[in-house]
Design a protein around this ligand. Structure first.
Ligand SMILES: Cc1cc2nc3c(=O)[nH]c(=O)nc-3n(C[C@H](O)[C@H](O)[C@H](O)COP(=O)(O)O)c2cc1C
Length: 182
């Protein structure tokens, strides 16, 4: 699929078939958001102010919560078990969050950017969340998957539900799955 076709076809999809995403699909979606595309210099798939890379990406599935490690292109286990119901509750009970086979959680460590950019850090971090998330949404579309960006959530409840480190501030949830063609 061309980039133009992916942009044209991307729509917010909120209904999913129950089938799980496979490891390759999950890895590809992580890569599109935060993968290392220039290993020599450590640059990533989406731009970052000062190349400081404040974003931390998590994936919530029926089995576990995993954390993406860009430099290794690997997922490390963060929590065992299905945390999607708790995440749905924290996201104002939106069913797409609990029903998606995978929910990507974009978080940020604002202090990484603030060290260089001071009070402009939050502005830059929020712009970066948009860059990374759009990459993920377009990649999902190109793979025939459906996704929706979710901003409505109780931040502290998300942090608690997923036992996120205090400095990993949750900013965006992206439920992804095979679209439910009703
Ligand atoms: C910042 C932001 C927050 C959003 N939050 C939610 C949300 O909490 N729940 C939801 O179902 N859709 C959410 N959306 C998706 C929008 O509803 C959707 O993008 C809009 O209706 C346009 O449709 P499209 O994405 O198919 O082009 C959000 C979109 C943005 C950009």
């Amino acid at each position: 699929m061309s980039l133009e076709e992916s942009i044209t076809k991307r729509r917010s999809i909120r209904g999913f078939r129950p089938q799980a995403l496979n490891r390759k699909q999950i890895a590809q979606l992580c890569w599109a958001a935060q993968g290392v595309t220039d290993p020599k210099r450590g640059f990533r798939a989406s731009p970052s102010a000062g190349a400081l890379y404040p974003l931390e990406l998590y994936v919530v599935t029926a089995d576990a919560v995993e954390h993406y490690v860009p430099n290794q292109h690997a997922l490390e286990k963060h929590l065992e078990g299905d945390l999607r119901p708790a995440l749905q509750a924290a996201a104002l009970d939106q069913p797409c969050v609990g029903q998606a086979p995978a929910v990507f959680v974009v978080t940020a460590v604002v202090s990484r950017t603030a060290r260089k950019y001071g009070p402009r850090a939050m502005r830059y971090v929020l712009i970066e969340v948009g860059h990374a998330s759009e990459n993920l949404l377009l990649q999902a579309t190109a793979m025939g998957l459906g996704a929706v960006p979710v901003g409505a959530m109780r931040d502290e409840e998300v942090t608690k539900a997923l036992s996120l480190p205090a400095e990993h501030v949750p900013l965006y949830l992206i439920p992804v799955g095979v679209p439910n063609k009703q």
